[in-house]
Structure formats: structure tokens, C-alpha cells
Design a protein. Structure first.
Length: 456
């Protein structure tokens, strides 16, 4: 399958803690000599696999996270980490939380979304983690003998005081929930299902789930002209309850709370020359979708990053205008002019505790003897195309100041990989979920390192 057809960028060419090891040893790099040293924690889940989003910082000071599983029989596991005591607490098994422990169906293997806090509860959603590869693409896993198909993703809540979970609703048609957000003021949850891309609205007070239909043709369940990569980030305007998201064609869609329906924004889109030129019917990239977004209250605007190009943009929903601001990738990536190694771009993008500093965990090229280490050029799914050089980049919104704080390493000099998550603690410490290797066994687990706000 084909990735982007042409890249056009301004000024660039066309076209418990323990020492562990990872599969990608850090070679000599031409990047900055600054380094961030990450600490690794052992949550005790040996089956933990690549996790996307699935981590957030909460008002009680703890970091809540989910470790995914690709097993059809064993589900994802939910944890909390207390920075004050460095203690990890196992909170639950995702399949059990969804009430499906005895169902003998394909497990709830992922939570692909961030936690959203409201009135002492954390709201999140479950997703499938067991796949069958067809034509190089991930499809819902075919159940082995004796097992039932995947039941569907659930909207869930966790009460931080009582430690109790609540199963709120299940997605239709055995689909997982790949994107989710919440409007706390109006008590509504929103989600996009995978692989078809149904838009769901759940009303907490009425306990009512509504399916507003597919939002991007047949989504990642389509073929050829009906295929579209689905948006991974929904963002709420708290003023009017609107929910904004995108399509692979670059359309910006809006859920209107007053009409309980979806409309396409007229007069603006994300088909920007700086982002590149894409065939939205081709898998292996996010097309013109935004990758990750946040709502920035002081400006009543959305800040987001386009995954493949790494460009930061601002969308003002009131005047319906997108302003491209800065290429937010690492310094080595900016100099190389090339896409980063992760085919979809990176999800680790969030505001820090000061409310105005964007934190972004993004990749960068690796150089050996002055030459860039190249990865494979094409892929039909979201994955790393080669060795990754993870950097922490920040952008201060009021001053428009970009900073690359350097690459992230483990203590033994090796690199984190498959990092598509971020949470920033109250003291500025950065947390993420990364592949780590110990005694020859690779798992995904919690890591942390001091952020730029740590000593402010």
C-alpha cells in the first residue's frame, strides 16, 4: 500500500523501577548533546503490549494508565501510580470491568483513549487488542475455536474515592472505541468506533446511547475508495458543547449539542500544502486528519498537531480558521526535512500543569557515522518504520517559544520506543508508556523523566 504521495514543507526539500534494555541500542547521533534520562517501572504485567494514549494525570496527584494486551484471552490491565510513594496499584482487568470475564469472548485488550475527569470520576473507553492481519492491515481478530467474537467497546467510569468501576454502555456492531472525549458540563461522552467509524454520543443523566452513524465512509473497514483512516482525537468546546474532529480527506466535522447532529465546517479544512499531499484511500498514514488536539481556554481555540508532518496548528472555531504555526518535531527532524519513523505520527501531545505549555513526545532521525538510518518506506498500518529517536518538545503558547529538550534515553543508554502517550504530573514530571526489554523479554510499561517545568 502507498503512503504520502508528496511531501511539501516550507523551506524543506520536496517529496517498580529497574534497569532494563530495549531492542534499539543508541548509536552515535548528530542531535543535541542534551539528554533526558528515563526511569522505568515494572507494573507486573508481562503480556503488556503497545499502548496508545491510555494514560492521564488526575486531580488526586496520581497517574492512571492502562497496559494493553494482544491476547484474545487476557485483557488489558488498569493501574495507578502515586508519585509521592512511587507505588503502583493494580486497579482492575479491563475485560472483568466490562462484565465479560465469563463470556469467553475476545478480550477487551486496549483502552485507546485518555481518561477524562469529572466529579471525582475518570471516564474512558475500551477497545479490541487482538487482530487478524489481512493484506498487511489490522482487522478485528477472528475468534479461535471455543471463543465468541469481540463484544464491542465500552464506555466506562472509575470512582477515584471508592475504587469502583461502572460499565456505562457498549458500542454497536462489535466495534471497539478508538477515540473518546467528554463534555463534563453537559454530562455527555463521545466516541468514534473502529473499524467502521460510527460516532457515538452517551448521555449520563438519561443513560442513553445514540449512534449518529459513520462519519468517514467505511472507515478502516473499507477498501479502495471507501477506505479512510479514522480520527484519533475528539475535542470539546466547553462553551457550547460542540465536538470537533476530522476525516482523512481533511474535512473538519462538528457535533452540535443543540441539534444533536453532525455537520461539516464550511470554508476551512486541513488540506494544507505544508502538511503534505495524501491519497486518503491509502492505508499507512493519517491523511489530512489531525493526530492529537487540546482545547486552550484562554483563546477559546483548539491547538493540534498534524501527525505525519508534525506541524502545530491553531483552529479558531468562531471564525473557522486554521493557522499553521510551527513544525513541532524534534530539531533533528526539522533539519532532515523528513517524516518521523512512526507512520501515523505521535499521540503524546498535551498541556502541562501550568495550562499554557504544550508537551510533545515526538521522534527524530538516528545517525550512524553521519548518515541517517533509514526505515522501511511504506506500511499499511500504524507502526514504527525503523528505530526511533524520542525527544521531548515543548511550545509555550503565549510566547510562541519552541524548545527541544533533547532525546530520551534509559540509564543504560538505550532508547524508548513505540511511545504514543503522555501525562504530565503536578510537579512537571513527564510520564509515558514505552516498550522496554528485560532479560530478553519485551513488554510495555510506565516510564518517567523530569520535564522542563519540574523545578519551576
Amino acid at each position: 500500500m502507498h503512503g504520502p504521495l508528496l511531501l511539501v514543507l516550507a523551506g524543506l526539500p520536496l517529496f517498580c523501577a529497574c534497569k532494563v534494555s530495549t531492542t534499539s541500542k543508541a548509536p552515535t547521533s548528530s542531535a543535541s548533546s542534551r539528554k533526558l534520562i528515563a526511569r522505568i517501572y515494572n507494573s507486573g504485567f508481562e503480556l503488556a503490549h503497545d499502548t496508545y494514549n491510555g494514560i492521564s494525570s488526575a486531580s488526586d496527584g496520581k497517574i492512571y494508565y492502562v497496559l494493553s494486551s494482544e491476547s484474545y484471552a487476557t485483557g488489558a490491565q488498569i493501574y495507578s501510580f502515586d508519585p509521592a510513594t512511587t507505588k503502583i496499584q493494580h486497579l482492575g482487568d479491563l475485560t472483568t470491568v466490562c462484565g465479560e470475564k465469563e463470556l469467553k469472548a475476545i478480550s477487551q485488550g486496549k483502552s485507546h483513549v485518555k481518561f477524562v475527569e469529572s466529579n471525582g470520576k475518570l471516564y474512558f473507553a475500551s477497545h479490541i487488542g487482538f487482530y487478524t492481519i489481512i493484506d498487511g492491515m489490522e482487522k478485528s481478530g477472528l475468534p479461535p475455536p471455543g471463543y465468541k467474537p469481540y463484544p464491542g467497546g465500552h464506555f466506562l467510569s472509575y470512582d477515584m474515592a471508592s475504587g469502583k468501576f461502572e460499565d456505562l454502555a457498549i458500542a454497536p456492531f462489535h466495534e471497539g472505541i478508538i477515540s473518546m472525549t467528554m463534555d463534563p458540563q453537559r454530562g455527555r461522552l463521545f466516541g468514534i468506533t473502529w473499524p467502521t467509524g460510527y460516532f457515538l454520543r452517551y448521555d449520563l443523566a438519561r443513560k442513553e446511547l445514540k449512534n449518529l452513524g459513520p462519519v468517514s465512509l467505511q472507515g478502516e473497514n473499507g477498501k479502495g475508495q471507501t477506505y479512510r483512516t479514522l480520527c484519533r482525537s475528539l475535542v470539546v468546546d466547553p462553551d457550547d458543547g460542540s465536538v470537533y474532529f476530522t476525516t482523512g480527506d481533511g474535512f473538519i466535522l462538528r457535533y452540535r449539542s443543540d441539534l444533536d447532529s453532525i455537520e461539516t465546517i464550511e470554508g476551512e479544512d486541513l488540506r494544507k500544502d505544508y502538511f503534505g499531499l495524501y491519497d486518503p484511500t491509502s492505508p499507512g498514514h493519517m491523511g489530512y486528519n489531525w493526530r492529537q488536539t487540546v482545547w486552550y481556554g484562554p483563546e477559546r481555540a483548539i491547538y493540534g498537531v498534524h501527525g505525519n508532518s508534525g506541524y502545530l496548528f491553531r483552529f479558531d472555531p468562531r471564525i473557522r480558521r486554521v493557522d499553521v504555526l510551527e513544525r513541532l518535531t524534534s530539531e533533528p527532524s526539522r533539519k532532515s526535512g523528513m517524516f518521523d519513523q512512526f507512520s501515523y505520527g505521535y499521540l503524546g501531545f498535551t498541556l502541562g500543569p501550568d495550562g499554557h505549555t504544550l508537551h510533545y513526545l515526538t521522534g527524530g532521525p538516528i545517525y550512524v557515522e553521519g548518515k541517517r538510518v533509514a526505515g522501511k518506506s511504506n506500511t499499511a498500518k500504524g507502526e514504527s518504520k525503523g528505530q526511533e529517536n524520542l525527544h521531548l518538545v515543548t511550545y509555550d503558547i503565549p510566547t510562541a517559544k519552541y524548545s527541544d529538550h533533547g532525546p530520551v534515553f534509559f540509564e543504560n543508554g538505550e532508547r524508548p520506543s513505540y511511545v504514543n502517550s503522555i501525562a504530565v504530573g503536578k510537579d512537571g514530571t513527564v510520564y509515558a508508556l514505552s516498550r522496554v526489554t528485560e532479560n530478553g523479554h519485551t513488554r510495555t510499561d510506565l516510564i518517567s523523566f523530569p520535564g522542563p517545568l519540574h523545578h519551576d
